[in-house]
Design a protein. Structure first.
Length: 417
């Protein structure tokens, strides 16, 4: 039997230049696989714990040497000799070693690096390919970030991400081309208005725009200048990241510095959804404002994807509560929010069984690791969110999906939205 011979972690760096964990698994036949853990900027309070050293004299406290040491000592000792094909067993060992609900002991970054590296090693070992599988696979639609606000930019926009989704794409290359056209035309429009076209952490533009409506108008103009139809060929998707916009009275500053009640915010969402081709809204309310989520889903959920990110944090218990309360109809999936691959797969399965769409997502501090592209295809997730068509750590995921599409050949098809 092939077994794990070596587990080794090191400190590497993410796309923001911050330290993060890479784990490398070596099997006894010398097959090697590695995984790099991403890191978020806009993080939910209920996410699994990211372990950092907090030594202000070394990388301003952001180093991850404790997490690296955990992999190279405690985790390595228990994982060496295990069967790399038994993912559930590996992840159960990791969870038991940590022993806490939020991975505060060893750190989710320690556990996840090992968990995904083991899966990658197993794929290589078994020569797993999409064509060799009995399953049918579909490519996800990209939710491509084109304008940044909120925590991802230094402008006055409160909504964190304005994205586009190429709903009429015939294949993944066609999806990329449609997004490419909109991005290039948006760039021309912004330049003509004397706005800067520098890109933010996730590759989207971060101009100093004055309002959500001004931004949405520019996007619609860019779609039309690309000879595409807003709402048919290209829809607009928002990530509000409302955790950042709530005050201590439970009111929200979605449009400006003025805070509005939940009912007024719902009216605002209804208004912009009726005026613009908006088909998806992520994190429209804060992570504990369950009643507001349910109200909004009841109001617009038949026609709009209401996506829980900070609300669910890829957590089975929180998703179950959301399903029971009809708080959303979609879940954003971030593997580092929960800490192991098995837990992630369980959440996706639960979501899909309850007719929730699953959107596989990157983090703002990402890396050259492309595993989430495969995760989206492997789990038949309808969408992937991995940034704009800029910055190589974002484009790497799109390139991986293009390779998967090529491998599938005439069996390749786009998922059902």
């Amino acid at each position: 039997m092939t077994k794990i011979k070596k587990v080794h972690a090191r400190q590497v760096f993410d796309s923001r230049g911050n330290p993060t964990v890479e784990a490398e698994i070596t099997l006894n036949n010398n097959i090697k696989a590695s995984s790099i853990v991403p890191s978020g900027a806009s993080t939910g309070a209920f996410e699994a714990h990211e372990l950092r050293d907090n030594d202000k004299n070394y990388f301003l406290g952001k180093s991850v040497l404790k997490a690296v040491k955990n992999v190279n000592s405690v985790i390595s000792e228990k994982i060496i000799g295990q069967d790399p094909n038994n993912q559930k067993n590996i992840d159960e060992i990791l969870l038991n070693l940590d022993g806490t609900n939020n991975k505060k002991n060893l750190g989710a970054n320690s556990l996840l690096a090992v968990s995904i590296a083991v899966r990658k090693a197993s794929i290589i070992l078994n020569n797993e390919t999409y064509l060799n599988s009995n399953k049918t696979f579909s490519l996800p639609y990209p939710l491509m970030n084109i304008i940044n606000g909120g925590a991802h930019a230094d402008n006055d926009l409160n909504i964190q991400e304005f994205m586009i989704r190429p709903d009429s794409a015939k294949n993944f290359m066609d999806a990329i081309e449609k997004c490419f056209l909109v991005i290039q035309n948006l760039k021309k429009i912004l330049k003509s208005k004397k706005f800067l076209t520098n890109v933010g952490d996730e590759g989207g533009f971060a101009p100093s725009l004055n309002s959500n409506e001004e931004t949405l108008n520019f996007i619609v103009d860019a779609i039309e200048k690309s000879k595409l139809k807003p709402g048919l060929d290209i829809s607009i998707c928002l990530d509000v990241a409302a955790n950042e916009l709530i005050d201590d009275k439970g009111n929200y500053s979605i449009q400006s510095s003025n805070h509005e009640t939940v009912d007024n915010v719902i009216k605002y969402y209804q208004n912009i959804v009726s005026k613009y081709p908006i088909k998806s809204i992520e994190d429209p309310f804060a992570e504990e404002d369950w009643n507001a989520w349910s109200k909004l889903t009841s109001a617009i959920g038949k026609n709009v994807q209401v996506v829980g990110d900070d609300l669910f944090v890829t957590n089975e218990k929180r998703l179950t509560k959301g399903i029971e309360g009809k708080s959303a109809n979609s879940i954003l999936v971030k593997v580092n929010q929960i800490g192991t691959l098995t837990e992630t797969l369980n959440v996706i399965e639960l979501a899909q069984k309850n007719n929730f769409s699953s959107v596989i997502s990157h983090r703002s501090g990402d890396s050259e690791d492309t595993f989430i592209a495969d995760l989206a295809v492997m789990t038949n997730s309808s969408q992937i969110k991995t940034g704009s068509l800029a910055r190589s750590e974002r484009v790497a995921k799109y390139n991986r999906l293009l390779r998967i599409e090529e491998e599938l050949g005439n069996k390749a098809k786009m998922n059902i939205l």
